[in-house]
Design a binder for this molecule. Structure first.
Ligand SMILES: [Zn+2]
Length: 675
């Protein structure tokens, strides 16, 4: 028996020609509303009169699905129209975020609320909304005098130009590095056959690009250390052209921070994150480095012993050093010799037709929900659509929202795995509820003539992770859309999904979700053990490398003056990652995160892992499939979304302040006792 959802599913029958009109109408409507708000006499501004949150919601509800088509539609004209629509939406976003008249109305509203005593009557979420709205404006510089605002605009344009140029160079880099067949000894034949072969003098040589599929096999397989060194130094130097651009961008960020009243760019960026300031990042990374160092040293010792042995066997000189170009090579050798894990064999146990429904089942039981497949219209016949309900719901009050799964590759489709929160949930002004919609877009394998569609274990982990975002988007319940679901601080948003990845490493769960495509048997305990063991191989060196990137990022965004970034890059790498460098290489020119939106944010990847590990170890580890624990997770982490401080949600969930013990325990395994 099916209950009728209180909110109809959206239709997906837009034609390319109408998208532009719909968006333009929407923008005009919103602009009019903003004009009205701006025109209010200061004395009449109050919480209701702002009406901004509602406007924001209506706007996204129309705009989001329309700009989604560009990622999933099979119709190129529709994708193009959707893309053009998104450009309009973005431009409008810039325009409206810079409206000083609207900002002044917000400030007036806050003042009136506080002076009239109304402020105390607002809920915590309502207060947070007003504060966040005003903070947006202040951070954009709207509280500054006109001259400084103009200065900000000029600098921001210049900065975005520099960042664009940086990434353009990154994308268009097309140099070659040349080796003889002898120099490439060890590199797989099928990789070499992909290089361009030509004759130079009397010798045949191969030109390799610096793209991952060409160059990484050299790092991983070339036996001759000189080949690896040459390849590495070329690779690190390939974007020297970006060095002055980065330097300029950092100077502009310093100026921007100072105009906006922040000590450093990192303080500005992290103000709206969980970590709150640049010093927090530095302390976090210092502490992590100190704790990781002994593990990394031990990893290095193991790999160095391998190197010594191999150099003796091959008759190569050995100077007792472990170089940066040795890392991937000996890491690979160590994994091969110690693990004996066959990826291709593991894959045979994960047919898509088994894994996907099992993962849905796990989530449904854990979080107390029910998926019902429905046959409405979608953007493509392969897409599955579900209405999502409370597990035991008997009437429409148990409705949660809609979910789409668009799992298989096709031409013109977004090529990775990601989740689009198409509609946020929120209360309408009439008191009724607007329900959320989330879409998962992935590119799982398709069947071949002799095998069904199979997933690598990596793919299983990714799918589980992404479904974590889907449930964050479905199960959140906030009054305002601004705080819905994954609208949390950027250095926290990955933590829930990173935590959920742990299920894919639990023997009982692996057994449950695996079924060999021929024998129908689950993974053997022996294979499960090998798989689980593979998770933490050489993690000390791996995470120290992450700490190096994060420290470079935070150093350049907290220092008060320009410096020699090439020297900084090389010295930090050597001291943190525990690998020796050769000649100085301008690797910072290849560090796209720093101009691609992750500035003063690289730490976030490891930072959220710490919370993920703490949540898992503290609450779930003892019984990961227990619905009571799932309920607690749902109530304390998923429901509040961004409507309160992430740290408060974590404390509520854990019953104490979070800490990094679980994360370190995970990495150190049994040797953790004394740390
Ligand atoms: Zn994610």
């Amino acid at each position: 028996m099916s209950i009728k959802p209180p909110q109809p599913a959206p239709t997906w029958d837009h034609r390319p020609g109408e998208i532009g009109t719909l968006i333009k109408d929407l923008i005009a409507k919103d602009r009019l509303l903003m004009d009205k708000i701006a025109a209010l006499p200061a004395g009449e501004c109050n919480f209701q009169s702002l009406a901004l949150s509602v406007a924001e919601t209506d706007f996204d509800a129309v705009a989001e699905p329309l700009s989604f088509y560009q990622n999933v539609s099979a119709d190129k004209a529709l994708r193009d129209a959707s893309n053009e629509a998104e450009v309009l939406v973005r431009d409008y976003g810039v325009e409206s975020s810079m409206r000083i008249d609207v900002y002044r109305a917000k400030v007036a509203a806050e003042k009136n609320l506080k002076e009239s005593g109304q402020w105390e009557k607002l809920s915590a979420e309502e207060k947070r909304l007003v504060e966040r709205m005003i903070l947006d404006g202040t951070r954009a510089g709207l509280a500054l005098p006109k001259e400084q605002r103009n200065q900000l605009t000029t600098l921001k344009k210049e900065l975005s130009q520099l960042c664009l140029e940086f990434s353009k160079n990154f994308n268009e880099e097309d140099q070659r590095i040349t080796f003889t067949e002898k120099q490439l000894d060890g590199v797989p034949k099928d990789v070499i056959s992909g290089y361009t072969k030509r004759t130079e003098g009397s010798e045949e040589v191969y030109d390799a690009t610096y793209k991952t599929p060409d160059i990484f096999p050299i790092f991983k397989f070339a036996k001759n250390p000189d080949t690896r060194r040459k390849a590495f130094e070329g690779y690190e130097s390939r974007l020297e052209v970006n060095v002055p651009l980065l330097s300029k961008a950092l100077n502009i960020r310093r100026e921007l921070a100072s105009i906006l009243g922040y000590k450093t760019w990192a303080d500005y960026v992290t103000e709206v994150k969980m970590i709150k300031n640049g010093k927090g990042v530095i302390d976090f990374l210092d502490d992590l480095e100190e704790k990781l160092r002994p593990v990394g040293l031990k990893d290095r010792e193991t790999l160095l012993a391998l190197k010594k042995k191999e150099h003796e066997e091959l008759g190569l000189p050995f100077d007792g050093e472990f170089y940066i170009w040795d890392y991937r090579y000996y890491d690979r050798k160590f994994i091969e010799s110690s693990l004996d894990l066959d990826d291709m064999l593991v894959k045979e146990y994960f047919p898509v037709t088994v894994v996907v429904p099992t993962i849905l089942d796990i989530y449904q039981n854990l979080l107390g929900v029910r998926f019902e497949e429905i046959n409405g219209t979608t953007w493509h016949p392969e897409v599955q659509q579900f209405s999502v309900w409370e597990k035991d719901s008997k009437d429409e009050s148990g409705f949660i929202g809609y979910c789409y799964l668009d799992l298989y590759p096709r031409s013109g489709k977004y090529s990775h795995a990601a989740v689009w929160p198409l509609l946020p949930g929120h209360d309408n002004s009439d008191g009724k509820r607007s329900y959320p919609i989330a879409a998962m877009v992935a590119n799982l394998a398709k069947p071949t003539p002799d095998k069904p569609a199979l997933m690598r274990h990596d793919d299983v982990v990714t799918f589980f992770h992404e479904m974590g975002h889907v449930f964050h988007g479905l199960l959140s319940h906030t009054k305002f859309s601004r705080f819905h679901g994954t609208s949390v601080a950027r250095d926290f948003v990955e933590a829930p999904s990173q935590m959920l990845e742990n299920w894919c490493w639990e023997p009982q769960v692996l057994e449950k979700m695996s079924s060999h495509f021929e024998t129908k048997k689950p993974l053997s305990p022996e294979l499960i053990t090998k798989l689980v063991k593979s998770r933490y191989v050489n993690v000390g060196l791996f995470y120290l490398r992450q700490v190096f990137f994060a420290k470079f990022d935070i150093k350049v965004h907290t220092s008060s003056e320009d410096q020699d970034y090439t020297a900084l890059w090389n010295s930090l790498r050597e001291s943190i990652s525990l690998v020796k460098s050769g000649k100085l290489t301008p690797g910072q020119g290849t560090f796209g995160h720093i101009t691609g939106g992750y500035d003063a944010g690289y730490y976030g990847y490891t930072y959220s892992l710490v919370f993920a590990a703490d949540m898992y170890a503290t609450i779930f580890k003892a019984d990961p499939l227990d619905p009571a624990r799932g309920k607690r997770y749902r109530e304390k982490i998923l429901v509040p979304g961004g409507s309160r401080e992430e740290l408060d949600s974590l404390k509520d969930f854990l019953g104490r302040e979070p800490n990094s013990k679980a994360f370190l325990n995970e990495l150190f395994g049994s040797q953790s006792a004394n740390l």
